[in-house]
Ligand binder design. Structure first.
Ligand SMILES: NC(=O)c1ccc[n+]([C@@H]2O[C@H](COP(=O)([O-])OP(=O)(O)OC[C@H]3O[C@@H](n4cnc5c(N)ncnc54)[C@H](O)[C@@H]3O)[C@@H](O)[C@H]2O)c1
Length: 368
């Protein structure tokens, strides 16, 4: 495949690793990256080493200190500064706060109040965009997609969002995306993502799928500081919490919650989009899919092995369970970014043949 020029929106825990992992994949040239404070653009290719060094422990994550949504705000008119972008300029970070946090610490970074628009204005020279943005507000990513469409971006968007309800919001915008020439792959990280794809593969032995059980394990000790955005979003899945409550938690409250549980957070019946993504691929009903997991922020070791179990009936009357496991040695970052970039490549192939619209990771697999 020809070279793919790609951009990363959000250079936090995930986005930084997207840039890093891309160095090990063929034909991927990072040409733009942004976070809430700044943007870096170089159509000849960003200096990833320098950018990673400058943002090490400095990722401009977390919600804002001043109560402004990091990723919220009303949708915008093309051309003007957006509430999304303006919100991104506010202070508040995991390890560093203020205007100097994040990408602006890089010699390639420029401060801006409109980071996403700045990338959109370069999008003629961009084939694919990885959206590694927070999801604390559900329609943020769909609205960002709309903004690319409004600018007549013709190319690929890939996100690693988690929540089931966001998929419908993207479907609602499918016509707009198709008209622009956008191929959007949603939920293309680990779960949803490669595990959803694995479930679709495992289901091929069956003529009827009874259940899909996804149970993930993540050990984050060495990556906790850089993954607080993800941890905050995961907290919203705990009993008694929702996105709003998780968004409003201070860093100290999150610390206390984590300490209360000895660093181990266990999740049941999570609203992960694996369910609707498997249903839209025709594999099974969304109700037949369950997702749970265990996150240990104090140990590098995975507390449980990440496993997908697909139970079904074969054409010749047998009942069986096909199982897919990730090795305990593979990190969350490897399992999110490897697939996200793999789906970038799959999506660019589709986009270049004129196949536009919204796709899930299970649809880019054998059909059921
Ligand atoms: N599907 C999966 O398997 C999976 C796994 C892990 C994380 N995730 C998702 O990945 C996403 C990113 O997680 P993270 O840990 O990297 O979060 P993070 O908080 O570390 O990083 C978010 C980045 O987005 C930037 N940002 C925020 N608002 C912005 C705005 N308005 N404009 C421009 N940039 C903005 C921040 O500055 C930061 O760089 C989350 O939504 C998380 O749920 C998915």
């Amino acid at each position: 495949m020809d070279d793919i020029r790609f951009a990363v929106l959000g250079t936090g825990g995930i986005g930084r690793r997207t840039l890093e992992v891309a160095q090990y994949k063929d034909g991927l040239t990072p040409v733009a990256a942004c976070d809430r404070n700044g943007v870096a653009v170089d159509h000849d290719g960003l200096d990833v080493e320098e950018l990673l060094a400058a943002t090490e422990g400095n990722i401009a994550s977390g919600p804002t200190d001043d109560g402004v949504e990091t990723d919220g705000g009303a949708s915008r008119d093309a051309g003007g500064a957006s509430a999304d972008d303006a919100a991104g300029g506010a202070t508040g970070s995991v390890k560093q706060t203020g205007d100097g946090a994040g990408i602006v610490a890089s010699e390639q970074g420029e401060p801006t109040e409109t980071p996403i628009d700045d990338v959109i204005s370069e999008s003629d020279g961009i084939d694919a965009v990885v959206l590694a943005l927070p999801n604390l507000e559900h329609d943020f990513i769909p609205r960002v997609a709309e903004r690319f469409a409004a600018a007549d971006y013709e190319g690929v968007l890939v996100d690693v969002l988690k929540r089931s309800r966001v998929i419908g919001m993207l479907d609602d915008r499918e016509e707009t995306l198709v008209d622009a020439g956008i191929t959007f792959v949603c939920g293309a990280g680990a779960t949803p993502g490669v595990l959803t794809g694995a479930a679709a593969l495992a289901a091929q032995s069956f003529v009827e799928v009874e259940s899909v059980e996804i149970r993930w394990g993540v050990g984050l000790k060495s990556g906790y500081e850089d993954n607080r955005g993800t941890v905050r979003e995961d907290i919203a899945h705990l009993d008694g919490y929702d996105m709003e409550r998780a968004r409003e938690l201070s860093e100290a409250e999150i610390e206390a919650l984590v300490t209360d549980r000895d660093g181990v957070l266990e999740f049941h019946d999570m609203e992960h989009a694996d369910d609707v993504l498997l249903e839209r691929a025709g594999i099974c009903d969304a109700d037949d899919v369950t997702v749970g997991g265990v996150l240990d922020v104090r140990s590098d070791k995975k507390p449980v092995t990440t496993t997908v179990r697909v139970t079904g009936r074969t054409f010749d009357g047998e009942r069986g369970t096909n199982t897919f496991q990730l090795d305990d040695a593979t990190s969350m970052e490897a399992n999110v970014n490897g697939p996200a970039l793999g789906y970038v490549k799959a999506a660019v192939r589709r986009n270049r043949t004129g196949d536009y619209g919204v796709f899930g990771p299970a649809e880019l697999m054998p059909g059921f």
